[in-house]
Design a protein around this ligand. Structure first.
Ligand code: AMP
Ligand code: MG
Length: 402
């Protein structure tokens, strides 16, 4: 058996480099910047008011209070989206709405709640203002010329908002990968069909397609492959010609019909390991025309865990992400997690609770490699080194899945 780290290191060392491309901003969410972004313009582009109220000269409001309001002449009104037409002179105020530019001459805003109208053309100000009160300066959020985001930043929705505020319509990012997903197995069916004896429904492909999408890639459905070497070989050849990476499930173990393993071997590119982990011991990997192919095991929990441990970090590395693996944290066992020594690291499916600064875990259900319901119920994978497992209160490491 090979250790998890040596297998993962070999895979991560055998991947094509990320490819940079200029993409429309809206398509860049979840992608890593291939170069830093500098601001060509300030945000906000002009000084404006943070409040609905009155633009005025702070000096005019000295000593103003509820009991001793100051009366100013109201010389105009200004809404967001309009340029000021009048300056504010001494003893004057302009009614102003949030987002409107600060008129010339004004140096402060008094919020409307601290004022009262006094007829059509005057306002009583009931609070004294300081210079700059409620004024958002030009460039206060982002200054012109400033580097806003460093190379490598993974763009989240708020980044897209900032880019839009700067007028950046396209960004150079590491391209989103097209990742093909294929199930293999003569027993597999899909859709609303009645199952004949010996048949099961294909659960891996919908799950892996969703995992691929969740990892930030474009998932390409390659359907179900029969347990037939010629069929699977054609399918893999087509897949590597059109995808940046290919993920298969099933057919990589030591059974008589383990066609994925046989086909990758025949295509001259097979790397195959028995990894010292449970679940997900067998793993096949190949690079065909530079395209990595991940042959994940067929048992659904094994497929999921194998994706998490090998495929996901690889796909994210190929997209230029610095953080490729899920976070792992220290946790405390809320209930025993017994296991037997078998030379493997176990990844038990657990529910994770966070309380008073600590994580606590319990198994989420049955731990068999086909027990997908417990995987679905899990928030994390408890990492149990070879040995007898954990008792209640023991500390352990947990990989957080969400
Ligand atoms: P294999 O790795 O092909 O030997 O499959 C191991 C086990 O996983 C068998 O019980 C298969 O029926 C099951 N299996 C394989 N592929 C799938 C799939 N796509 N969906 C659900 N179960 C599967
Ligand atoms: Mg099979």
């Amino acid at each position: 058996m090979f250790s998890l780290d040596e297998v993962r290191d070999e895979i991560l060392g055998a991947l094509p480099a990320p490819v940079a491309a200029l993409v429309p901003r809206a398509e860049a969410v979840g992608l890593a910047l291939a170069e830093a972004i500098a601001a060509d313009e300030p945000v906000p582009p002009f000084a404006n008011t943070a409040m609905d109220g009155y633009a005025l000269r702070a000096a005019d409001t000295e000593g103003a209070s509820d009991d001793t309001p100051v009366r100013l002449r109201m010389v105009g009104e200004l809404a967001a989206g309009h340029a000021p037409t009048l300056p504010v002179g001494p003893g004057e105020a302009i009614r102003i709405m949030t987002g409107a530019p600060i008129p010339e001459g004004a140096d402060a805003i008094v919020m409307v709640e601290r004022t009262a109208r006094d007829g059509d053309d005057a306002v009583l100000v009931r609070a004294s203002a300081g210079v700059g009160d409620h004024v958002r300066g030009a460039g206060g959020d982002v200054a012109a010329g400033q580097e806003v985001f460093a190379a490598g930043t993974v763009l989240a929705p708020a980044h897209l908002g900032v880019l839009a505020s700067l007028g950046v319509e396209q960004v150079r990012v590491f391209r989103r990968l097209r990742v093909g997903v294929m199930s293999t197995g003569d027993e597999l069916r899909e859709g609303p069909v009645a199952l004949a004896p010996g048949q099961i429904r294909d659960s891996n492909r919908p799950m892996l397609l969703a995992l691929v999408a969740e990892a930030g890639c474009l998932a390409v459905d390659l359907g179900i492959g029969h347990d037939d070497e010629a069929f699977v070989q054609r399918a893999i050849e087509n897949a590597v010609a059109t995808c940046d990476a290919v993920i298969t499930s099933g057919g990589v173990s030591v059974g008589d019909y383990d066609v994925v393993k046989a086909v990758l071997d025949r295509m001259g590119a097979l790397r195959w390991w028995q990894v010292a982990i449970k679940p997900a011991k067998p793993l096949a990997f190949a690079r065909l025309r530079e395209t990595p192919v991940f042959g994940l095991p067929g048992n659904p929990v094994s497929s999921h865990v194998s994706f998490e441990l090998f495929a996901r970090p690889a796909l994210r590395k190929m997209m230029g992400h610095a953080a490729c693996s899920r976070p792992t944290v220290d946790a405390v066992a809320d209930a025993p997690l017994p296991r037997r020594p078998d030379g493997k690291t176990h990844f038990d499916r657990v529910r994770v609770r966070y309380e008073d600064g600590r994580y606590f875990v319990v198994r989420s259900g049955a731990q068999a490699s086909n027990a997908l319901a417990a995987m679905a119920d899990a928030d994390g994978l408890a990492i149990l080194p070879d040995g007898d497992g954990c008792d209640t209160g023991d500390s352990l490491r947990v990989m957080l899945l969400r």
